[in-house]
Each structure stands twice: as structure tokens, then as C-alpha cells.
Write a protein that binds this ligand. Structure first.
Ligand SMILES: NC(=O)c1ccc[n+]([C@@H]2O[C@H](COP(=O)([O-])OP(=O)(O)OC[C@H]3O[C@@H](n4cnc5c(N)ncnc54)[C@H](O)[C@@H]3O)[C@@H](O)[C@H]2O)c1
Ligand SMILES: [Zn+2]
Ligand SMILES: [Zn+2]
Length: 339
């Protein structure tokens, strides 16, 4: 069976692996049709992702078809099309027992800490498959990226009419924007990159964007009549931005870190104390969020049209991959087509 392996940083290679065994009782055997590539894969390729181990078959954003199911699986059948929740949790730790399967103490993310979907067939726990009768494989491969934004917005829980500042308009920031809009809140997007802000205005229907040029606090103050943002969601992955983000929050506001840094974050405490701020992390996503997203796309309430900017067949992926890292290619989501 064909697969693509990230042997070590900067080195992708085609490999041949044995096909999976028959599914055990709670498993499903699936054919992989589409694999989305994201910042995690780019960081893994560059050797900058702390959770990535090598050699590794990447691929955690998957659109798959069920080929066979184990004897205890009753809600899936061959031919079903599914999105995959790629967070393999233990089921017995403190977090899992509380239903926080997204941050299991032993969590293994498919394609990051265990081999993933850049191959023809995979065995997966059937519970990690979320079915749709209407979505295309392209759309199914987008569900996980959207789930990251969905979870971050659920963590911040903005109310109707609240102002939400999204810092960072990369793919994760864009997925956050989708759910801020659905919450009925006002979206303001801040980035250093004017091209990315223009994409938010022209394609994502965002009315207010702020370029990070030194006047951003004043600009947000003006937009909010001095109140600032009730929810700030930092999707930059920059420790500088994350340390400074408290300044944008209103009194009683909430700050969500969905971006990830390996550096230290620092701020003066009175800033947090005076405003009585709440600081939240957001990791991965939960099963009901996958189900909700599939429904939202089915109902046409999320338009996946603007998302997929680049595609490559499996055979061309290794050749194309380094180009997707270049800012000038303006990739939002690149998909690998296996069929
Ligand atoms: N929470 C999770 O489970 C989860 C899942 C996937 C990715 N992530 C993380 O989300 C983050 C964003 O991912 P992405 O793929 O969108 O990244 P990206 O690099 O494509 O986008 C980041 C954006 O932030 C902007 N930015 C950087 N520094 C800034 C600053 N100081 N002020 C304003 N804007 C700034 C950049 O211009 C860019 O547009 C990464 O840290 C990634 O690791 C988190
Ligand atoms: Zn991803
Ligand atoms: Zn667990």
C-alpha cells in the first residue's frame, strides 16, 4: 500500500506499507480520499513542532470512506463518507472521564504522534468517524480545521452583539471567524499582514480589520467606544502577541489562546486584575463540535468555497509540498487527493 512518510525534518518520501488487518470489534477500515495539510504538518516538516515524532506518516485532516466495520459497530456501514476526529484518547484518565477527550492526558493525534492518513487505507476506532450523507470528501477533510475554531469560540462563548477580536488571520484565525459570525457577535480581525486582512474583508465578510502597525489599541478603542473586546482569541502562535493580547480585552473580558507557542508568555498582573479577565486555553475539539460543523456545512451555513485554495494528487504531493510553505502561494488549505 502506498504511503508518504516524513522520515525526518525536510525529508518526505514515498514508502510501501502492509495493508491494515481486518477491523477489530469497535474499529472501522476506511479508504482515505482526501488529506488536508495544515500548519501542524508544515511545522513538522520544518522540525519546529514540539509534539511531532519521526519517522511519521502525516495526515490528520481526513475525508474517508468506510470499507468494513467490526462486529460491534452498528451505526456505520461500507460506503459511508466520514470526517475523522483525529484525537486518539485513552478513555480512562481524569480528562477523559470528564468528557474532555480533546485534552486526554495520553492524547495521541493521528499523523502527529502516531501514523496518519497519507496512505490508502487506515484502521480507526469507529467512534472517531463522523458521517455525512451530503458532504464531499473535500468538505469532510475541512471539518477538523473548522473544529479548532469552533472549540476556541465555544471556550470564549461570546454573546450576541459582543465584540470579538481575532488576532491572526491564518487558517486557524479564519476558522475562528466562521464561528464568531455564527454566534452573532461582531468580528474584528487584527494581523500584521494586510493581504490576509484583505482576504477577511473581501472573502470572509469581515467588516472591521485592524493592521498591527502600532495604532491597534487606539483603533479598537474607537471601534468599541472605549469598551474594548469582550472576547479576544489569539490565533497567532506568537508569544509576543499572546503576551500583549490582554490589552485588547474589555473589563470582565475573556482571552482565549488557540495559537500555540513554545516560548514564555508574560504580562503585568494588574492588567488582568483590574479588568478581572479570564484566561483560557483551547486545545483540539470535542465530538459534538464535529457533528455540529457537518450539519452547518450541510445546511449551507458555512461556505467551504473560499477555503480550498490548492490541490495536488498523491503522486505530486512531495513535489508540491515545499511550495505550500511559501507565503507568496497564499495557501489557505491545500488538499491531497488520493482518489
Ligand atoms: N488549539 C489547537 O488545537 C490548534 C490546532 C492547530 C493549530 N494551532 C495553532 O494555531 C496557530 C495558528 O495557526 P495557523 O495555521 O493559522 O498559522 P499562520 O502562521 O498561518 O497564521 C498566523 C497569523 O498570525 C499573524 N501574526 C503573527 N504574529 C502576529 C502579531 N504579533 N500580531 C498580529 N498578527 C500576527 C500572521 O501574520 C499570520 O497571518 C499556530 O500556533 C498553530 O500551532 C492550534
Ligand atoms: Zn490541522
Ligand atoms: Zn484520557
Amino acid at each position: 500500500m502506498r504511503a508518504i512518510q516524513l522520515e525526518k525534518p525536510q525529508s518526505l518520501r514515498p514508502i510501501d506499507i502492509a495493508p491494515p488487518a481486518r477491523p477489530a470489534a469497535h474499529e472501522a477500515l476506511v479508504r482515505v480520499h482526501r488529506v488536508g495539510v495544515c500548519g501542524t504538518d508544515y511545522s513538522g516538516y520544518l522540525g519546529k513542532m514540539p509534539f511531532f515524532t519521526y519517522p511519521r506518516i502525516p495526515g490528520h485532516e481526513l475525508g474517508v470512506e468506510v470499507l468494513a466495520v467490526g462486529s460491534s459497530v452498528t451505526d456505520l456501514k461500507p460506503g459511508d463518507r466520514c470526517a475523522v476526529e483525529p484525537y486518539m484518547n485513552c478513555g480512562s484518565c481524569f480528562a477523559c472521564k470528564r468528557g474532555a477527550t480533546n485534552c486526554c492526558e495520553q492524547l495521541k493525534v493521528l499523523g502527529v504522534m502516531m501514523d496518519g492518513g497519507l496512505t490508502e487505507q487506515l484502521l480507526l476506532p469507529a467512534a472517531k468517524l463522523h458521517r455525512s450523507t451530503r458532504l464531499t470528501f473535500d468538505q469532510l477533510a475541512l471539518v477538523e480545521t473548522l473544529a479548532i475554531g469552533c472549540h476556541a469560540v465555544n471556550r470564549g462563548s461570546p454573546g450576541t452583539g459582543d465584540t470579538v477580536l481575532v488576532i491572526g488571520a491564518g487558517p486557524i484565525g479564519l476558522s475562528v471567524i466562521e464561528f464568531v459570525k455564527l454566534a452573532g457577535a461582531r468580528t474584528v480581525v487584527l494581523d500584521l499582514n494586510e493581504q490576509r486582512l484583505a482576504f477577511c474583508r473581501n472573502t470572509m465578510g469581515v467588516e472591521h480589520t485592524i493592521l498591527s502597525d502600532g495604532s491597534e489599541l487606539e483603533a479598537l478603542k474607537k471601534l468599541t467606544n472605549g469598551a474594548m473586546a469582550q472576547v479576544v482569541i489569539d490565533a497567532t502562535g506568537s508569544n509576543k502577541s499572546m503576551s500583549h493580547a490582554l490589552h485588547f480585552a474589555s473589563h470582565t473580558g475573556r482571552l482565549v489562546y488557540v495559537g500555540i507557542t513554545t516560548q514564555e508568555i508574560a504580562f503585568v498582573h494588574p492588567l488582568m486584575h483590574r479588568r478581572e479577565l479570564t484566561l483560557l486555553a483551547s486545545r483540539n475539539a470535542l465530538p459534538p463540535e464535529f457533528i455540529r460543523i457537518i450539519q452547518l456545512i450541510e445546511e449551507g451555513r458555512i461556505d467551504t468555497g473560499p477555503w480550498i485554495t490548492h490541490q495536488a494528487p498523491f503522486e505530486k504531493m512531495i513535489e508540491e509540498f515545499p511550495r505550500w510553505l511559501l507565503p507568496e502561494t497564499r495557501v489557505i488549505k491545500a488538499l491531497v487527493q488520493l482518489t
